[in-house]
Structure formats: C-alpha cells, structure tokens
Design a binder for this molecule. Structure first.
Ligand SMILES: Cc1cc2nc3c(=O)[nH]c(=O)nc-3n(C[C@H](O)[C@H](O)[C@H](O)COP(=O)(O)OP(=O)(O)OC[C@H]3O[C@@H](n4cnc5c(N)ncnc54)[C@H](O)[C@@H]3O)c2cc1C
Length: 510
C-alpha cells in the first residue's frame, strides 16, 4: 500500500521482498472503512469488490447461546460499510495490482534485506538474492515493513515492548461453507471460547481457544479442527484450507523513526486480532507516511515534518491495541465465575438503550484521529484532528463520493463559500505550495452536500475545511477569520516557500 501511495505521487520507490511469490495464506480478515477509503485513493475498489463481504454484523453470545451484545449499524460515515471481511491474498493482490500503473515503482522479489545503514544524507541497504549474490542500494529513506519479527527493527536496537498472551488459538480457514449465520460470532463460552467469521465466496474462518490439557502438537490436525467446528455448527466443513495454532502479541515499537529509517505495519506494532486491527493499522501507517515522504522528497516540505509520523500514529495505535486486549479479555474467560460477571456486565449494558445504541453504532471503537499532532490547528476546536466523513455529493453528472472531488492530495473545501474568493494572495501561495485542490460545495459550486452531513459535522454554515491527503481535518476556518488564514500551516508543515511563488504573492498583494 505504501509503495502504491508513493507511486501515485510519482516517487522513485523500490520494494524488496524476500518471498519469490506472494504469501497465499489468509491471516487478516476484517476491514475498517478507513482501509477501504485508502484503497479508494489508489483506485483499486473495483478490483477489490469480489473479495469483500460488506455490512457483516457482530454478535457476542454466552455459553448458553444467549445474545450479550450486537453491532448491526450500516451507517457509512467514511463512505463505506463500517465493518466486514475480506480474503487477505485477494486484498493484497488488488493493492499490488495498483503498482502496475506506477512506472516509478519497482518490485524485486526473492531479495532478503540483511542490513540498512543510515549514512546521514541517505540510507544504504545490503541484500542477498536467491543465488546468494550480495547487492547494495542507496535510498533517501527506508521504510521497514518487514513484519512482526522485523530484522531492521532489531538491528536498530528499537525495543518492542508489550506482552505475548499465554493463551493460544487454533485458526481454521474453510471453503464451501454452509454455516447459516452471516455474522461475526463470538462464542463467549467458558468451556471453549471461539469465533467465526464469514468470508466472501463461501469461505469461513473459525478460531478456537486452546484449553489446559489440549495437546498443541496435534491440535491443528484436520480431524480435530473438523470435530471442533462440527460441535459448534452442527456440520463438518467440506474443505479445510488451513489450520494453524497462533500465539498473539500486543507490542509497540519504542519509536517508529530512527533517522532516515521508519518502521511501519507489524514491524512497528502487533496486536491480538480480536479487534481486527493489524493490517488496518499498517494501512493507516502507509496513509500517514506516504504524503509526508512525497512532500519532503519532492522539495515541498522539510524533513522535520516526518517526525510527526510517530506522534500521530502512536496514540491511535495504543488505543486500538488496548481495545483488542479488552475484547480479548471479555471473550477469553474460561472460569465460570469470571464468565458470569462478564455476562452480567454485558447484559446490563445491552439493556440500557443509550449504551445499546452506542454499541450498535460501534462507538466503542476509537475513531480515526491524529491526537497530539503538531500539524493541526487545535485552536480551531473540534472536530479538527479527526478524519472527515465522506458523504455522497450531488454533482452535475449525478452523485459521487466526496473524495472523488478532493483528489489524492491536500484540499481546501469551502462550505457555501468559494475558497478561490476567500483566500488572500499569501494563502493562495500556501495552497499552491501544498498542491491543494480548492473545492466549493454549495449552489453554483463543484457539488452539493445535499444531506448537510459536512455542515453538521463541522458546525459551520459558511467556512472552509483544510483536509490532508489522508483525509484528516487540520483546520476549520470561519470566513470571518482575519488575515492570512493559512499562515500557521506554512510554519507547522515546514512548507518550502518557492521564491517564485512568494514573489508572485507579494506582487499580487501589492
Ligand atoms: C490469525 C490472524 C488473524 C488476523 N486478523 C486480522 C484482521 O482481521 N484484521 C487485520 O487488520 N489484521 C489481522 N491480522 C494481522 C495481519 O495479518 C497483519 O497485521 C498484517 O498481515 C501485517 O502486514 P505487514 O505487511 O506489516 O507484515 P507481513 O504481512 O508479515 O509482511 C512482511 C513482509 O516482509 C517480508 N520480509 C521480512 N523480512 C524481510 C527481509 N529481511 N527482507 C525482505 N523481505 C522481508 C516478508 O516476507 C513479508 O512478506 C491477523 C493476524 C493473524 C495471525
């Protein structure tokens, strides 16, 4: 994903992958709407459609099969289904397909990176090919996306603190599924906690907690997996694609940047899968880092803007990992007394209408945000720092999702005001330096937010929204704001002022 986003910006990018052929086993399975939004940016939604199972409800059931809580809302706040599943090899293939369209990206398979040296002005990678030949490559920046056991993280001496759970899970992927419930089902049964998820094309995932006394060595045997599935579903799966015992970890690297080297994806953070967050978190990393790297490498911003990657991603990563750990401890109790207390707590919450509505909407999931970022004009008040919703916009040709109007870069959206008329010459120069697209939503403009979703969210009847390429709102600008409205941004984003642009702005201002 990172390579695709960099390729979209025309950045010379080299992908080095140890495997000669793509990994074909599914691991990640649940998506977040922000992930689909990022895939929308690289134009691969159509290629992905066949592997998505959209609007899948989530249900939690106790040992007696009674419903404890359920999430069913299908509100498309970010333009897409709030939850659902995919088949990881197909998702990865759809994303990788984007690279064919970016001539500045080269992919080399069968290459194992041994080390990366930060030489101050650039990085130098040493690597081995399948024939054992050693190669070197110089790059301005290196991003280590080499998984949870990241060799690069280890070589940099970056601590990977957190915990590994004592509990182990059997993960079974089946095909030709005939389990009748189209739901992500958590069986919170103290006798053996389990989870099942429907996947596109009649596939299904089953997960079972190993209990004391289970023999791990033969637990993943197909006969055992079949027996466990049959006991829960009443029928034996026709085809088991894969059956494997996993340990889960919750760890976050002590820093995501070391000079010219960055960590992303599992190399930076690993989380238990109960909130379906590992791959989604990696895509958030890519969306955060890509535009910053492009802006720095293309001379539009200076290097310190890259320091914000760690601060912006860390708080949300912590929040998501904590959610996964909490969900894990709600699902995993194997003592009857703890399960009883859990059931009571969940049933009580479910009985309170306001709490039930919160759960149903998925409000317990931390919303995408860049808290503690220095790249946000916090003085403008909430919802700055949050991801903007993606409503359907009425345009001359019909309807479209908002991001289609915004394009892949920065955007300045005028609500009932044309940004071209509301900006000072200096602001124009800043917008130009950021390559921001100016969009007017309102009568006679580029489109109409007919449901008023953005107006409501922003709490402004007339004003502008400054939105980053990763769709976070960084400023909320009432038309009355005096002076240069974007002056703060030039400093915060380390924007490189082009002399030509500055002169032009001065001349226009004069
Ligand atoms: C059972 C299970 C269920 C999960 N469910 C979900 C879910 O529902 N939702 C979700 O979002 N996530 C889920 N995850 C997590 C998700 O699978 C991972 O977070 C995600 O695959 C990590 O992607 P990555 O690219 O960072 O790392 P990886 O997928 O591990 O990729 C790292 C790549 O780097 C390559 N590599 C490593 N070292 C080198 C080297 N020295 N040189 C060259 N190449 C190298 C590897 O070959 C590999 O291709 C789940 C994980 C498991 C195990």
């Amino acid at each position: 994903m990172l390579a695709a986003l960099l390729g979209q910006q025309g950045l010379q990018t080299v992908v080095l992958e140890r495997r000669e052929v793509p990994f074909t086993e599914p691991r990640a399975i649940a998506f977040d709407p922000e992930t689909l939004r990022t895939i929308q940016r690289i134009g691969r939604l159509d290629a992905l459609a066949h592997t998505l199972e959209l609007d899948v409800p989530v249900g939690y059931y106790n040992g007696r099969g009674q419903l404890l809580a359920r999430m069913t809302s299908t509100a498309k706040r970010y333009g897409f289904s709030p939850r659902g599943t995919f088949y990881q090899p197909e998702l990865e293939a759809a994303i990788a397909g984007a690279l064919d369209g970016y001539p500045s990206v080269s992919v080399f398979r069968g290459i194992t990176v041994g080390d990366v040296a930060d030489l101050g002005s650039h990085t130098c990678l040493s690597m081995t090919d399948t024939a054992g030949a050693i190669h070197r490559l110089n790059a301005r920046y290196t991003i280590a996306c080499d998984g949870g056991a990241s060799r690069i993280r280890e070589r940099l001496g970056i601590a990977f603190d957190g915990s590994t759970f004592a509990e182990k899970w059997l993960v079974v992927d089946v095909q030709h599924d005939d389990y009748p419930h189209r739901e992500i089902r958590f069986f919170c049964n103290p006798k053996r906690p389990a989870v099942t998820l429907p996947v596109s094309k009649n596939r299904r995932r089953w997960e079972f907690l190993l209990m004391p006394g289970d023999d791990e060595a033969c637990f993943a045997d197909q006969d055992n997996a079949r027996a466990l599935i049959e006991a829960l579903s009443g029928s034996s799966p026709r085809y088991i694609e894969r059956s494997l015992v996993y340990s889960f970890h919750a760890r976050i690297a002590e820093r995501f940047r070391s000079g010219r080297i960055f960590l992303a994806g599992d190399a930076a953070h690993v989380t238990p899968p109960f909130a379906g967050q590992g791959l989604n978190g990696g895509i958030r990393d890519a969306a955060n880092l890509a535009w910053k790297l492009a802006a720095v490498c293309q001379g539009r911003m200076r290097d310190p803007v890259l320091d914000t990657y760690d601060a912006e991603r860390r708080a949300h990563t912590h929040a998501m990992t904590a959610l996964a750990v909490r969900l894990g401890s709600a699902i995993m109790p194997t003592s009857r007394s703890r399960a009883f207390v859990r059931d009571l707590a969940m049933k009580t919450m479910w009985a309170i209408p306001s709490q039930r509505a919160r759960l149903d909407r998925g409000d317990v999931i931390p919303s995408p945000s860049i808290d503690r970022s220095s790249l946000v004009n916090w003085a403008a008040g909430r919802p700055v720092g949050q991801m903007i919703p993606q409503p359907v916009i009425q345009i001359a040709a019909g309807e479209t999702l908002l991001d289609t109007l915004l394009g892949p870069g920065f955007s300045l959206i005028g609500i009932d005001v044309d940004p071209r008329e509301a900006l000072s010459p200096a602001d124009f120069a800043t917008a130009e330096a950021l390559q921001a697209r100016l969009v007017h939503l309102g009568p006679g403009g580029d489109g109409l937010d007919t449901a008023g979703e953005l107006t409501q969210w922003i709490g402004l009847k007339r004003g502008m929204l400054l939105v980053r390429p990763d769709r976070f709102l960084v400023d909320r600008i009432p038309v009355e704001r005096p002076g240069d409205k974007l002056a703060w941004m030039r400093r915060a984003y380390h924007v490189v002022a082009s002399p030509a642009r500055a002169n032009q702005a001065e001349r226009t201002a004069a």
